[in-house]
Ligand binder design. Structure first.
Ligand SMILES: [Zn+2]
Length: 46
């Protein structure tokens, strides 16, 4: 499973294989940019 982060407030985009890493990265970005909202999307690997 690949978790892709997408920010609604800027071009921030990143992929993680691990849910915990994805979550931490999203939280860090939102902490740095209080008005940004990071969505985590599950990407199915082909
Ligand atoms: Zn952002």
């Amino acid at each position: 499973m690949v978790y892709q982060l997408r920010c609604d407030g800027c071009d921030f985009e990143r992929e993680h294989a691990d849910w915990a890493d994805a979550n931490r990265d999203a939280r860090d970005h939102e902490a740095e940019h209080g008005d940004h909202w990071v969505r985590i999307v599950d990407l199915q690997e082909a």
